[in-house]
Design a protein around this ligand. Structure first.
Ligand code: EPU
Length: 337
């Protein structure tokens, strides 16, 4: 186990925010993790995975536990399916590529999402019509109080839109150690109808797409709109897409007939926050090094030396403007710490 003091967390968060951690522990096994936890109060812990869904606004005085557990294993196999278990510290996109290379279908639409395997279930990552929950089998998590392992099946995770039990009742009570996915080996169920995947494949004359084709399409579509955190600090979508009533949508349509929306049920629709921010004229807006991405208004970016406070101030300005212009409240998707 590696223990460091007073180190910068800049390389450990995709926003590239430069705050310090007083104590940083890099754990590579469950035993090491248990050892640290035995000597630290749960309230003194700061669990760090891929740092891809957080905005750090101040130095971290708690003990940062960097979950660096690695490995993947096939734990079940039949003629049609495999169950693959990946440790929490595995890079998400590398894991997706491993699945595609081995012909395991189910995660291809989730290609190129930043972050680690262990944090993916917390917000039930989703993109292009697929969510993690669709192929989730189970995850194993360490109880911070008892230091025992608990298995959560899909039902127990209470998955919702960018939501799970780990953001609610189980928050700060467990550390996810590994996640298992049930994936297809043949007769893959491809999901190409969302967004521009079909169009991308059609343009390239792909009539019978494979999981690798879908992954390639997703990678290209993402790269055309979403900034690469290695080049421009960001945390993906900063806000959730707000849910509004159908009455509210009708009122909005009077003024903005072109407003896009996704139907949830008879009473509710989801409106793209990116469209609202764009329509409010804030796409590409910049204050110092904090900005709204020029190609996708839902993403806030750090042009270099923005502080977490500056990004937070910008996000509040955006929330206010959206409220004043549309009467819709948008809330962050990222965790603000
Ligand atoms: N739009 C604009 N201007 C913009 C951005 C979007 O007009 O600047 C419009 C688009 O034209 C489109 C609509 O808004 O009509 C939706 O845009 P898009 O399809 O790009 O998706 P999104 O709603 O902005 C969501 C997820 C993304 C995910 C994509 C694709 C959330 C909060 N975000 O974005 O997830 O990749 O769909 O499935 O649900 C993430 O969570 O970090 C993330 C990137």
């Amino acid at each position: 186990m590696k223990i460091l003091s007073n180190i910068s967390l800049k390389p450990y968060n995709t926003f590239g925010i430069d705050v310090n951690a007083h104590k940083f522990v890099d754990v590579t096994s469950v035993q090491e993790l248990r050892d640290v936890l035995k000597n630290t109060y749960a309230s003194e812990l700061f669990i760090l995975g891929g740092g891809s869904n957080m905005l750090l606004t101040r130095d971290v005085e708690k003990t940062v536990i960097y979950i660096n557990l690695k490995g993947r294993e096939i734990i079940e196999e039949s003629a049609h399916e495999v169950v693959v278990e990946a440790m929490a510290g595995e890079n998400w996109h590398e894991f997706v590529l491993y699945c595609i290379e081995n012909g395991y279908g189910g995660l291809e639409n989730l290609s190129l999402i930043p972050g680690k395997v262990g944090t993916a279930p917390i917000q039930n990552i989703g993109a292009y019509g697929v969510e993690l929950k669709d192929s989730f089998e189970k995850c194993i998590a360490l109880n911070l109080q008892t230091l025992e392992l608990k298995t959560f099946n899909r039902e127990e995770c209470h998955f919702g839109y960018r939501d799970s039990i780990f953001k609610n009742e189980a928050k700060d009570k467990f550390i996810i150690i590994s996640v298992s996915f049930r994936l297809s080996i043949k007769n893959h169920k491809l999901n190409t109808s969302y967004g521009s995947i079909d169009q991308y494949l059609e343009e390239r004359g792909v009539t019978k797409p494979t999981i690798a084709d879908v992954s390639e399409a997703v990678i290209n579509i993402r790269q055309s709109k979403l900034p690469d955190p290695k080049e421009l600090g960001n945390s993906g979508s900063f806000f959730k897409n707000p849910v509004v009533s159908t009455e509210k949508l009708k009122a909005l349509q009077q003024q903005f007939p072109e407003i896009p929306f996704y139907v949830i049920d008879q009473k509710q629709v989801k409106v793209p926050a990116g469209w609202l921010i764009d329509r409010a004229g804030l796409k590409g807006y910049r204050e110092g090094d904090a900005g709204v991405h020029t190609k996708q208004a839902l993403v806030l970016v750090n042009y270099g030396d923005a502080t977490g406070q500056e990004i937070l101030a910008l996000s509040r300005k955006i929330q206010d403007k959206i409220w004043n212009m549309f009467g819709v409240r948008i809330v962050p998707e990222v965790n603000i710490l």
